[in-house]
Every structure is written in structure tokens, then in C-alpha cells.
Design a protein. Structure first.
Length: 645
């Protein structure tokens, strides 16, 4: 390509006609076109796992993959069509050689001695890289895992649970006390709590469950050095109320969890069976087994027994003597306790029912209920206890069912530890108990862990297919299995930097980190392919000058052209990498909503890009030279690859 451009713009000795100029530009475009196509195809293929993600992770990251793919497609189209036209119009005069560029000359001066040293001590260089790869693999096994990095929504959702038989007056008192204590924390600006369900019946929350939205002040108004996690700890320490189990989450993620998995905490253990008492006993046993597990917070078993009911049963043998029926008794109970609709008032387009029932003091105790008056035709008003048995009985506070089976849940959040290792330790503790469960009863892990398993399964299934697709693309680019393998070897060494940076940055493996590694995968292949193409071009020049037999070429000649192919094309390789780095590094300094997700994507990309360019510039030439020397030794010549670049 460069030689063609030199010929196009050479004016002082053999000026070209416009027809010759256009023909040479056309020829150069045909030369560049396949390379642009293959590079674009490799990067798009590397994003295939992101396209196939489902659920929350698919909705979050698929726009990134689509945007990247569309940009590459348009970029490739413009490179093939518009760029040659702009070259013909804008680049005129003599083309200065790369040696005249002071930056390029300085880079070559620094790079060439290092490359010569690596070629001289190639076995040592390979050994160092293999050791680094092993260390990276060890670090990778020590990384924590989670479904998604926690996104700071700027607010807290406090969700405590009380005993199922809590009264209206008690839950109101608890709610007021909690709101007052939360508001006393300096970083809190507003507190809004509710108990039970809202006016609409779409949220079937029992009265024993409280939802309190805690809005926080901007970060610059917080106390020095305090974090959101410390604020949650402070709230939890202040709200140690007997009979109340605290729980913390965030408003948006809580709704997403409840809609997608039916679990309002990070992790839930669903217990299925046919009897509520047995399910409750198993849930309590699981809860006791998990107490003290590191990382398990806000642990509680969802109460499915212990609800209190007032049973009012008519005395059928007595009501007949008073001329009453069961419906008469039920009507009194409905009007006195539940309330009776008298009429409906209309205000504009809104309609409000007007209800009437007895005052609180007449229905707040069993004695009060027993003294309710029942009107008879012949005997006047009589106490309700005369014609009905009134007692308190136990029952389920709320019946949950799933997959046509009764269900109970043991819920907990994960803090101060990664989700993966926490759940693994919890599973190890419960394994012995799970094998001894009664017949017809079983458990299922849900919540964020369920999402993590789904995402990991999708990635593990599609990643091998993507690697095969990219390998085939490389094979068709080089028409050589060996060259494709040399390029693919780059990938593990590129991932080293990503693993190192993720490890020292303290980030857990998640879908966001996986997306970063997927993007790094395509970039590493593209950079290595660029180096391999230039090295093969240098080999073709060497053969054209010295021939292709063991009698005419030796190790020194091969090394000379390997250095030329590596150093003389240093600028485009560095440009490919540094353009990506300059776009990514500012993300590390970002703050605010969204940075929690973007930084885990960026960290492996930056670390992997750095190690990828080091490997491509220093190790790829070493591997390439060793492969050519092996060919020369075994075949008496080297294989020439005319890559479609």
C-alpha cells in the first residue's frame, strides 16, 4: 500500500496521468478492501456472545454490541469507498517517507534495541511470558464473581420484616420510629415509609413488610470519608428493634429482582413442597445452617405460618331460637369490622365509596367484639357472643405458590464479599441437608445467583463457537493454519493484563467484566493480525532479494527482515492501540450513576490492551522468527504467506 502511494504521489521524476493515478488508487483499494472486511468481521464475531445474552444482562449490553458493530460496518464501507476518493483529491505532492517523521524515528530508536534483545534471548522471553500467563491464571482463579456490579442508584430501600401477627397500631409505631431514626443520619435528606400494600392490589405485600425509601444528599455534602456502605451499616445499627429483621437494597434493582425472579433480595432459596408446616420447618433449618456464613447479611426465613385470624362461627343451635340466620350474623360482622358501603360520591371523573363501620375501640379486642350488638325481632339487641363463637386461630399469613406447588423462601443479601464464593460456601453447608429432605420437597437457588448461572451458561456455550469462527476467518485470511495459530496465541497473553488489572483493582468477575474481555478479544486478534501481515510482507521482500533456500538465507538474514517488518511499521500498530487507550482511560476517572458498570468493562480492556501490544511488539516477532527457522531447518525453505490485507 505504501509503495503504491509513493508511486501515486511521485512527481519529480515520472508524473502520472489522471487515468494512471486513478488506476493505482483503485488497485490499492482492492488490496486494502479484503483486510478491512476480515478485520471488521473478526471484531463483530467477537461480540457474538453479547448479542446472545438474554434477560437483564442482554437488555443492558446488547446496545453496546449493536453500536460497535454498526460503527465498524459504516467505517469499513467508508474506508473502501470514500477514503480513496479523498486520497485522490487531498493528498498531492511528494509523499514523505516514514523515516522523516521525528516521532516515528524516535520510537524506532527505542524499540529496535529492545526487539533485538528479545530475539537474542528468545527462549528466556518466552519463559517469562509463560510464567506471567501461569500467574495470571492463578489470579483468575482467585477472583470473586457476581452477576452484575452493584449500580449505585443514589438512594436506599430499607425493607424490614416483622412478625406476621403484627397489629396495625404496632406496625404504625415501628414505621414512625424507624423513619425518625433514619432521618437523624446527616447524609439522609428524605425518608418515606409504607407498611403493607399500596392502594392498588398489584403489590401483594403483607402488613408485616415495610418499604422505606431513603433519599441521600449529594456526595459533596456527606461527612468526610464516609461511604454508602457505612451509611447502611449505621442505619442497621440504629434500627435494632426486637421482632424486626432488617433488609437493605435499592429501589430499582429490588423491582427488577422481584419481577424477574420473585425474590426481593440478592439471593433466595426457594423451598417447594405440599405442606406449609413442613416447608416452614425446612426453611427454619436452612436459616439456622446459614447463620454465621461470611458475606450473608439480612438473613431471614419468609414467614409462611404464624398468622393470626379471628374466627367468628355462628352457633347454629342458638340462632334459630332468636329468629336469626347465618347471613344475619355475617352481615353484622361485615358491617362492624370490615365496613359496609353506604353510597358512592362523584367528584368530577373520580368516584369514592362511602363506608361505615364501628369505631376502633369497639373492635380492637376480643371482648369488644363479643359485646357487639345483634338486633333481633323479638328479643331486641343481644351480644354477638350469645349467638357466635369468637376466638383467635393460627393460619398462614400469605400463601405463595410457584410451578403449581406451595413455596417458602429463605432470603439474604450479600455484602462485604463476592456473590459467587458466598453462595458456594452456603451450598457446601446445605449439601448434606439437601440429600435428606422429605420425599416431594426440594429447593431451588434464585435471585441474582439464578441470573448469574444463566449468563455464565450462555457465555460458556457460545465462546468456543466464537473462537472457532475467528480461527476460520484468520485461516481464510492467511490460507495457513500455522499463521492463524500464531495470531490466536496472542489472546491468552492479551488477557493477562486484563486479569492483572481486574485483580489489583479489586473488581469481581461479572457480566460487565466478561463484556470487557470479549471486546479485548477482538482488539487483540486485530492487533496481532496487523503484525503478522507486516512480518509476512517482510519475508516476501527477503525472498525477492535473497531467494528461498537454505543456501541463500540464514538466521541472520531472517532476523534482519523480522526486525524490519516489526520496526518499520511501528507507527500504525501503536496508533491502533493508543487510540483505544485514549478513549478508555477517561472512563476510569468517571463518577456518578453508571460509572459502577462502565469501569468493570473498561478495566480489563485497558490492562489487556497494554499487555497485548507488549506481546505483539516483542513476542510475536520471536514466535514468528522461530517458526521460520523451523521451516528452514525441516523443509529447506520458508513458507510465504500472501495475506489478503
Amino acid at each position: 500500500m505504501k509503495n503504491l502511494l509513493k508511486k501515486i504521489f511521485k512527481k519529480e521524476h515520472d508524473p502520472l496521468s489522471s487515468e494512471e493515478r486513478m488506476k493505482l488508487i483503485s488497485d490499492s483499494s482492492k488490496l486494502v478492501g479484503p483486510g478491512v472486511f476480515y478485520s471488521t468481521l473478526i471484531v463483530i464475531a467477537s461480540f457474538l456472545p453479547v448479542f446472545l445474552l438474554t434477560g437483564m444482562e442482554g437488555k443492558l449490553f446488547s446496545p453496546l454490541a449493536w453500536t460497535k458493530s454498526f460503527i465498524l460496518i459504516v467505517d469499513a464501507f467508508l474506508a473502501i469507498t470514500l477514503t480513496p476518493v479523498l486520497i485522490s483529491y487531498l493528498l498531492k505532492g511528494k509523499l514523505r517517507p516514514e523515516s522523516k517523521n521525528p516521532i516515528n524515528r524516535k520510537l524506532e530508536t527505542l524499540y529496535t534495541p529492545v526487539l533485538i534483545f528479545c530475539l537474542k534471548w528468545r527462549k528466556t522471553v518466552l519463559a517469562v511470558n509463560i510464567v506471567a500467563l501461569l500467574i495470571g491464571g492463578l489470579m483468575f482463579t482467585r477472583l470473586g464473581s457476581e452477576f452484575m456490579p452493584p449500580l449505585d442508584e443514589g438512594s436506599i430501600l430499607f425493607m424490614p420484616v416483622t412478625l406476621p401477627d403484627v397489629s396495625n397500631s404496632e406496625i404504625k409505631r415501628i414505621l414512625q420510629v424507624q423513619d425518625k431514626l433514619i432521618k437523624s443520619i446527616p447524609e439522609v435528606t428524605h425518608v418515606l415509609g409504607k407498611a403493607g400494600r399500596a392502594n392498588t392490589a398489584t403489590d401483594n405485600s403483607p402488613i408485616s413488610m415495610i418499604e422505606t425509601i431513603v433519599l441521600l444528599k449529594p456526595h459533596n455534602e456527606w461527612r468526610a470519608g464516609i461511604t454508602k456502605s457505612e451509611i447502611i451499616t449505621e442505619i442497621n445499627n440504629k434500627l435494632q428493634i426486637p421482632g424486626v429483621t432488617n433488609g437493605f437494597t435499592q429501589p430499582i434493582i429490588n423491582r427488577i429482582n422481584m419481577l424477574s425472579t420473585g425474590i426481593r433480595t440478592d439471593v433466595g432459596i426457594k423451598v417447594y413442597g405440599a405442606n406449609l408446616d413442613t416447608i416452614d420447618a425446612l426453611s427454619q433449618k436452612i436459616k439456622r445452617a446459614l447463620v454465621g456464613t461470611e458475606g450473608v447479611k439480612d438473613l431471614f426465613a419468609e414467614p409462611i405460618t404464624g398468622g393470626k385470624y379471628i374466627d367468628i362461627s355462628a352457633k347454629r343451635g342458638v340462632i334459630g331460637r332468636y329468629g336469626l340466620s347465618v347471613d344475619d350474623i355475617n352481615t353484622v360482622v361485615e358491617a362492624a369490622i370490615g365496613g359496609m358501603t353506604l353510597t358512592t360520591t362523584i367528584e368530577g371523573r373520580q368516584r369514592f365509596s362511602v363506608n361505615a363501620r364501628y369505631a376502633q375501640e369497639y373492635r380492637s379486642s376480643l371482648n369488644g367484639l363479643k359485646k357487639l350488638q345483634v338486633q333481633t325481632m323479638d328479643f331486641g339487641p343481644i351480644p354477638l357472643e350469645t349467638v357466635a363463637d369468637i376466638k383467635i386461630s393460627d393460619g398462614p399469613p400469605m400463601i405463595n405458590s410457584e410451578n403449581a406447588m406451595l413455596r417458602g423462601s429463605v432470603l439474604f443479601n450479600v455484602r462485604d464479599r463476592d456473590l459467587g464464593s458466598t453462595v458456594k460456601e452456603a451450598q457446601d453447608k446445605l449439601n448434606a441437608m439437601m440429600t435428606k429432605m422429605p420425599k416431594g420437597y426440594y429447593v431451588e437457588w434464585s435471585g441474582q445467583w439464578e441470573n448469574q448461572l444463566r449468563a455464565n451458561k450462555t457465555l460458556s456455550l457460545i465462546l468456543p463457537i466464537v473462537i472457532c469462527i475467528i480461527f476460520l476467518i484468520l485461516y481464510f485470511t492467511y490460507n495457513s493454519m500455522k499463521e492463524a495459530m500464531i495470531t490466536m496465541i496472542t489472546v491468552p497473553f492479551a488477557l493477562i493484563g486484563g486479569v492483572f488489572m481486574v485483580y489489583f483493582y479489586g473488581i469481581n468477575l461479572s457480566v460487565a467484566v466478561a463484556v470487557g474481555f470479549i471486546a479485548l478479544f477482538g482488539m487483540a486478534i486485530e492487533t496481532a493480525m496487523l503484525m503478522t501481515i507486516y512480518l509476512n510482507e517482510a519475508m516476501m521482500k527477503m525472498v525477492a532479494k535473497h531467494g528461498n533456500t537454505a543456501e541463500t538465507i540464514n538466521e541472520d538474514i531472517i532476523r534482519e527482515y523480522v526486525i524490519e517488518g516489526s520496526a518499520k511499521r511501528l507507527r500504525p500498530k501503536l496508533m491502533t492501540v493508543f487510540v483505544a487507550l485514549f478513549g478508555l482511560i477517561p472512563i476510569l476517572w468517571s463518577t456518578g450513576t453508571g460509572a459502577d458498570v462502565m469501569i468493570p468493562i473498561t478495566v480489563p480492556l485497558i490492562g489487556g490492551t497494554i499487555t497485548s501490544i507488549i506481546y505483539v511488539l516483542l513476542v510475536t516477532p520471536v514466535v514468528f522468527e522461530m517458526s521460520k527457522l523451523h521451516e528452514l531447518k525441516t523443509k529447506g525453505k520458508i513458507d510465504l504467506i500472501d495475506a489478503k490485507h
